[in-house]
Design a protein around this ligand. Structure first.
Ligand SMILES: [Zn+2]
Length: 187
């Protein structure tokens, strides 16, 4: 190997890559580029193959097709690219096209409202509701066995009951005897 090229060992900058690609497009061959950049032909051909995506703001990203959008999940920034498996110019993380990024699972607590009959303090049967995540939990709150629960209770689909129950999960509401839509917390 002949004498070391001056820039050997120095990090390649994005500006160099852009300049190399521009000169190459204008007709410079590897030898000329090696001379100009003082880097080995291997580095030069690497520079010519490197793909420099353009950074997009979130606003710009929203106007681009998802399969042309790359997301660096490390920096949380968007890049526009015609290629896949492009490294993030900022952190070198392999970006994925947004179309392939799975949305993060959001934990939605699935509250259900269960309804059934309950004996009031006055020993009268009344409609009762309770909001919680499972039948098992509901049975425990009402203080009956799961078997008893399954016989007399089921999931409510009534809008009024859903809205009342989910406001205070775990609280047993009992229907008032004179207002069919009115519920009051059981004591
Ligand atoms: Zn990054």
């Amino acid at each position: 190997m002949a004498g070391r090229l001056i820039n050997h060992g120095f990090p390649i900058t994005k500006d160099e890559i852009r300049e190399a690609q521009k000169r190459h497009r204008q007709g410079d061959d590897l030898e000329q580029l090696e001379e100009y950049f003082q880097r080995s032909r291997m580095s030069i051909s690497d520079m010519l193959e490197r793909y420099l995506p353009e950074r997009l703001t979130i606003k710009e990203a929203l106007t681009n097709p998802l399969d042309k959008l790359l997301l660096c999940e490390n920096c949380n920034c968007f890049w526009y690219a015609d290629q896949i498996d492009v490294h993030c110019p900022d952190c070198n993380w392999v970006c994925k096209t947004v179309a392939k990024v799975k949305p993060k699972k959001t934990r939605v607590s699935k509250l259900k409202v269960f309804g059934g009959t309950i004996l009031t303090a006055e020993k009268a049967e009344a409609r009762a509701i309770v909001a919680c995540k499972s039948k098992k939990k509901a049975a425990a709150i009402i203080d009956i066995s799961l078997a008893q629960f399954n016989q007399a209770w089921c999931e409510s689909g009534d809008i009024n009951e859903l809205s009342i129950g989910t406001q205070s999960p775990g609280v047993i509401f009992i229907a008032s005897s004179d207002d069919p839509t009115g519920f009051a917390p059981a004591n």
